[in-house]
Design a protein around this ligand. Structure first.
Ligand code: BG6
Ligand code: MG
Length: 215
């Protein structure tokens, strides 16, 4: 897609603004080790952007079958382990450039939203003290279908009162780029997704987001 004249930018949270992706990995690893499921960082990359229950299904591809009741217990256990990691998060876990970029985008009149599959998004934003930068938060609590479905981003655009074609999505997940493309957004791949050919723009550092809008 050709770079549009942007009025809004929707940021994924985990793996884009803060490295909770490593905490997800460590928490799932504890569960996978306990149930004897083979799990590594390559499999973990497939969990980026997908919901908690869908992540569990991917992990269980390499484990003995478990009942639906047990799946709920495992998902709760993972979330408890993950939340212990989240308790340790602070402002210092946000890369230096993130605050500068968000502040600069706001100065340039761009509306900002979060588009995250996580049900912990608001808690994380509070921990890292970024909540106030955002005009809207669309997360795992207001969607039925997680990425690659575009719902979370469509909701974010709706909350901002903007059209998808007026917004860019910044994502580290292949599933997130697919969701952005499906929703008609300009897609920006960073981190794991910086090598994904479906992304309209690929960046190495968050500061490159500033190239999307005029000073
Ligand atoms: C996404 C992560 O942001 O949130 C996924 O990339 C995760 O890996 C998903 O599974 C759901 O997170 P939570 O916090 O609701 O378990
Ligand atoms: Mg992510």
């Amino acid at each position: 897609m050709k770079k549009p004249i942007l009025k809004g930018i929707i940021f994924d949270l985990d793996g884009v603004l803060v490295h909770t992706d490593e905490m997800h990995y460590q928490a799932w690893k504890q569960i996978a080790d306990r149930i004897g499921a083979a799990f590594n960082r390559e499999i973990n990359n497939r969990l980026r952007g997908v919901s908690r229950m869908e992540s569990l299904e991917i992990i269980l591809e390499n484990a003995k079958p478990v009942s639906d009741a047990e799946k709920l217990i495992l998902a709760d256990e993972k979330n408890a382990a993950y939340k212990k990691f989240l308790e340790t998060l602070s402002e210092e876990d946000v890369d230096g450039d993130v605050r500068m970029v968000l502040r600069e985008l706001k100065n340039r009149g761009i509306k900002l939203a979060i588009g995250s599959s996580s049900k912990n998004a608001r808690f994380i934003l509070e921990q890292i003290k970024l909540t106030d930068f955002f005009d809207a938060i669309s997360d795992g609590n207001n969607i039925q279908r997680s990425k690659p479905d575009p719902e979370v981003f469509l909701k974010a655009a709706e909350f901002l009162m903007l059209e998808p074609a007026e917004c860019a999505v910044v994502e580290d997940a292949y599933a997130g780029i697919d969701a952005a493309v499906a929703g008609g957004f300009y897609s920006v791949g960073i981190g794991d997704a910086s090598g994904y050919d479906r992304a309209d723009m690929k960046i190495r550092r968050i500061a490159e987001v500033l190239n999307l809008v005029n000073p």
